[in-house]
Design a protein. Structure first.
Length: 278
């Protein structure tokens, strides 16, 4: 009973780990903050405006938001779409170069539009000199910041991405490896367990059968936060989207899973507590 008494704490610990801030949001926000700090504190290119000037402050704040917004759009939407559309598994040098050129052009156009809407557009000659200055800011400040945040993103992602776990079958009949984020739930099917996991290549939820018992699998995965909710089911709490019902009849819904998974009365108290944290 001590295991089940500590069950809410274990779920809470796992859900806190599972809900760490997406590194893509973090690095894109960081890009804007670093850009703003450089332009307002270091003041490169001989910027002569006073920091007390409200219009000047708002202009660079809008620039910083543009840098973060464009970087976020590119990372979360455009890059994902291009990768799927062109079926890119590994970006080569030319593809990376093209991506940086695209980002630079888009950032330049967005920042140039913001500048044209500001009061400073009336103070200077909108000729080649101003365009070259804007391009220099992109080339020597924005692009290095974006590239630096890309490297930071990769390192953070590598740090937060857990290693694969090996689920062993009974006897010498093999094993199955899967990473924690890709494991959704495990169900019992006669003398087998059905491991429901996300397949990256097929981009869909798949099922793999392994000859063993759910009890043995539960012991193997207890330290990884995969918890029982029913005598026939183990689930990964980080994929829970909703918990419906009461202590007499409760069900759990997971993302990308069509079926609702039952919760037996033995575990309803723990999941009722978990429901308050969603």
């Amino acid at each position: 009973m001590s295991y089940f008494a500590s069950f809410p704490n274990k779920i809470g610990h796992i859900t806190q780990q599972a809900r760490h801030i997406d590194v893509r949001y973090f690095v894109t926000l960081l890009a804007g903050v670093v850009f703003l700090a450089i332009m307002l504190i270091i003041r490169p290119f001989g910027i002569r405006y006073q920091l007390q000037d409200t219009d000047f402050q708002w202009l660079w704040i809008w620039y910083a938001l543009a840098v973060s917004g464009v970087a976020l759009l590119n990372e979360q939407v455009i890059k994902v779409w291009i990768t799927k559309r062109l079926k890119i598994h590994h970006w080569n040098v030319l593809q990376k170069l093209g991506w940086h050129i695209y980002q630079s052009i888009l950032l330049f156009l967005v920042c140039w539009f913001i500048f044209l809407q500001s009061s400073f557009a009336l103070m200077i000659d909108l000729g080649w000199q101003s365009i070259i200055t804007g391009g220099s800011i992109l080339a020597f400040i924005v692009v290095p910041i974006i590239e630096g945040t890309q490297i930071l993103q990769q390192r953070l992602k590598k740090h937060y991405t857990p290693k694969t776990i090996k689920i062993k079958a009974s006897g010498q009949s093999g094993s199955f490896e899967v990473s924690i984020p890709h494991l959704y739930f495990i169900s019992s099917e006669d003398n087998y367990v059905a491991i429901h996991h996300w397949d990256i290549q097929q981009e869909q939820l798949c099922k793999t059968l392994l000859r063993t018992t759910l009890t043995k699998v539960a012991k193997q995965l207890a330290l990884y936060g995969i918890v029982p909710c029913h005598r026939s089911f183990l689930i990964n709490p980080q994929h829970i989207t909703s918990i419906q019902g009461n202590k007499k009849q409760m069900k759990v819904t997971l993302s990308n899973v069509n079926q609702a998974i039952p919760v037996s009365r033995r575990y309803t108290e723990a999941f009722a507590w978990l429901k308050t944290t969603l």
